[in-house]
Design a binder for this molecule. Structure first.
Ligand code: ATP
Ligand code: MG
Length: 327
């Protein structure tokens, strides 16, 4: 097997708050195989998707109760790097982030171009002239006029700001960009334009993408593989075509059934109940309180990973061939 581009093993990020520890990322493991691959991370609001992005990028708030796990970039353990090394060698270089709510991410009093080149000039990686030329190329690549460089953020529409944010993420030519809900604040036609831009970047630059969204239909538009997260855990991952036609986890099935379909008489389903409090995650399978197929074992023991198909991993006791040890 070839070495994956990104390999995340047992990643934890818990926040401390007045009432305890919020288990936002709770032992997540997954791999992103290689160049030009888009992995979708799908799950309900509050399931820990943005926290996962921040944990990978080491962009952490101060109230951390637990942060650990191994992260490998092409086989080398970037989780072992010091913060200074990580900043110099990984963040924006190898992995960039377009954060959630990025439309409000620009500083209103600085010109857009100066903000795009900031990571490149901040540590003297590129002289300002070269950075400016690169930023202008990137603005064209993302479909913006080069004059956007000298504009202030308030002069740009939402779609233009999102394009400029994507250009900013690409300034140091990272092979992987994490996009956290890149289109949720945009109307549907601008959303479609941004999706087309992402497909273009994936194809033309061989850019790999971690595409975070609560919208599985949107993820299916660009993703080669899909991971479903629930209450801080990854419950299922697999090739997008399998996940969209034959997901095995009841939660993935519910997510899929909640998509409205144009030519289907069946009404979209909704998922009953509410996501659990991540300060006190349920025992056993975290989905058991809402699962239509729950049985005794689900309430007490956390399911291990089963592999119903090659390349598909599902944490659900229904797939137990009968000889697994409860964990
Ligand atoms: P959404 O789809 O709404 O963006 P999400 O899946 O990205 O949600 P996160 O933002 O990662 O979810 O939040 C996961 C959990 O962690 C939530 O319960 C949230 O309230 C909590 N949380 C996030 N940031 C902090 C923080 N700094 N301190 C304490 N709790 C936090
Ligand atoms: Mg989020």
């Amino acid at each position: 097997m070839t070495t994956p581009l990104l390999d995340v093993r047992n990643l934890y990020l818990h926040y401390a708050d007045q009432k305890g520890a919020v288990h936002a990322v709770d032992g997540l493991s997954f791999t992103l195989p290689g160049k030009g691959h888009a992995l979708g991370i799908v799950g309900e609001s509050g399931s820990g998707k943005s926290s996962l992005a921040l944990a990978i990028m080491r962009l952490l708030p101060t109230n951390i109760a637990r942060y650990e796990g191994e992260i490998y970039w092409q086989g080398s353990a970037i989780s072992d790097l010091s913060d200074a090394q990580f900043r110099r060698e990984v963040r924006w270089h190898k992995i960039a982030l377009v954060p959630q709510g990025a439309l409000n991410g620009f500083n209103p009093v600085l010109r857009v171009g100066d903000q795009i080149i900031e990571p490149a000039v901040a540590e003297g990686r590129l002289p300002k002239r070269a950075a400016r030329a690169r930023a202008q190329e990137l603005l064209e690549l993302v479909g913006l006029p080069v004059e956007t460089y000298d504009r202030y953020p308030h002069e740009l529409s939402g779609g233009m700001k999102q394009r400029a944010m994507i250009a900013a993420a690409l300034i140091l030519e990272p092979p992987l960009v994490i996009m956290d809900e890149p289109t949720s604040a945009l109307d549907v036609s601008v959303q479609a334009q941004i999706m087309n831009l992402l497909k273009h970047l994936k194809k033309e630059l061989g850019l790999s993408i971690i595409f975070i969204t609560h919208d599985i239909a949107l993820a299916s538009d660009i993703c080669d593989s899909l991971a479903v997260v629930y209450a801080g855990e990854l419950v299922e991952i697999g090739h997008a075509d399998v996940m969209l036609t034959a997901p095995q986890h009841p939660y993935s099935q519910k997510l899929l059934a909640s998509i409205p379909r144009l030519h289907d008489r069946q009404l979209p389903e909704f998922i009953p109940g509410a996501p659990p409090d991540l300060r006190q995650p349920p025992t056993g399978c975290r989905f058991h309180l809402r699962c239509p197929l729950v049985f005794d074992r689900c309430r007490v023991a956390s399911p291990p990973v089963f592999e119903p198909e090659a390349g598909q991993e599902t944490r659900c006791w229904l797939l137990d061939p009968g000889d697994s040890e409860p964990v």
